[in-house]
Design a protein around this ligand. Structure first.
Ligand SMILES: Cc1ncc(COP(=O)(O)O)c(C=O)c1O
Length: 370
């Protein structure tokens, strides 16, 4: 079994094909190493404004975009604390580990939370959603765009209009698809769309972002005991002057601004989405050639992370560790899916050529293990 260790004098030498955190480009790391002014200074506000305006473009929204000094889970908790009143009910449409986590966040915050039971590997279908919504009235519905544990992408274009018809607020966790798979917040009328930055945005972890609709902000005013640190209203108040209530991770925000500029003005958003589509397609073709079945239901496969079943009876732990000796990291299945599935992340800045090179080497590792 191969092993790698922390070395304070050296950066990691592994090329990451993981579903986040992912490799961060040098230009971003260099920008993050630059000295900054304080978070109450004019240069900071100018930088914050660029971040917010760039995010609005990536999310296709005029809604306010907020910055959180947390990972995505912090904004998932913010949705629960800010948008669910004591006498209200929230529906969590869980199709995997991260859907389960959002439901747990609801429960542990003492909110009236109901989880839909959907078999892992499947997506939420319009039929299933209509059935859930016919059982009782919900005030808020939370779901993932891309479920990173199962490699499933939900058909949001069909689902969100159905949720909106029920008059519930809708929160979408787009953590592992934002800036990789197109999602138009305003056209779909998504109330909160959230993500952390260590996935398709290819930044180091430590920052999360979200868009919040005016309806969601109005609703927040009616919710008691929202706490302080995650409060939409106090963060929005400061956001108006392009600041945050607390000290934010200033280097991270500089990195975000640099990366947004690259995505919007150099690669181009549509090209970025196309590249992720190609990466997803290529990975699925490779999986089929190798005899792996996808864990994700046909037609709902993610273009940012592929989850494969153990259809050829291979030791996934050995496969992952043997690949490390060749300089690449992929990952075993998530939680209860460990050894039953494995995952290849193809998000962020990965090119088709880099993916092809890794897949050739992974094929060799698999042949040796057979
Ligand atoms: C779909 C999804 N939601 C939420 C999370 C939690 O994100 P974070 O670790 O940034 O809190 C993850 C992390 O992998 C994820 O993939």
């Amino acid at each position: 079994m191969s092993d790698v260790h922390f070395n304070k004098n050296e950066s990691s030498k592994l090329k990451l094909f993981t579903p986040g955190p992912v490799d961060v480009p040098d230009r971003v790391l260099q920008a993050m190493a630059m000295a900054n002014d304080t978070h109450r200074s004019k240069p900071y506000s100018e930088m914050h404004k660029l971040a917010v305006e760039g995010l609005q473009k990536v999310l296709f929204t005029k809604n306010e975009c907020l910055l959180y000094t947390t990972s995505a889970s912090g904004v998932m908790e913010a949705c629960v604390r800010n948008l669910i009143k004591e006498d209200e009910k929230a529906l969590f449409l869980s199709i995997g580990a991260f859907g389960d986590r959002w439901y747990e966040i609801g429960v542990t915050n003492g909110k009236n939370s109901i989880k839909s039971k959907i078999e892992w590997g499947k997506a939420v279908t319009p039929e299933l959603l209509k059935e859930e919504l016919s059982k009782q009235n919900y005030d808020i519905v939370c779901l993932q765009s891309n479920e990173t544990s199962t490699g499933v992408y939900n058909p949001l274009e069909e689902l969100i209009p159905i949720i909106k018809e029920s008059e519930a607020l809708v929160c979408v966790d787009a953590t592992s698809s934002l800036a990789g798979i197109k999602l138009e917040v305003d056209r779909l009328d998504i109330d909160v769309c959230l993500a952390s930055v260590q996935k398709c945005l290819a930044l180091p972890p430590g920052l999360a972002i979200c868009s919040v609709s005016s309806n969601a902000l109005e609703k927040t005013k009616e919710v008691k005991n929202r706490g302080l640190y995650l409060d939409f209203l106090s963060i929005q108040e400061k956001n108006k002057i392009y600041q945050t209530p607390n000290t934010p991770p200033i280097p991270q925000i500089r990195g975000l601004v640099v990366q947004l500029d690259y995505i919007l003005n150099q690669e181009g958003l549509e090209k970025r989405f196309e590249r992720h589509k190609d990466l997803g397609k290529r990975t699925r073709e490779w999986a089929k050639d190798m005899g792996f079945e996808m864990f994700s239901a046909k037609g709902y496969e993610s273009d940012t992370v592929s989850t494969m079943k153990n259809t050829i009876g291979i030791d996934f732990e050995k496969m992952v560790s043997n690949l490390i000796t060749k300089g690449y990291r992929i990952v075993n299945g998530y939680g209860s899916l460990k050894n039953k599935t494995f995952r290849i992340g193809h998000m962020g800045e990965i090119t088709k050529e880099e993916l092809d090179n890794m897949l050739v080497i992974l094929s060799g590792v698999i042949e040796e293990l057979k």
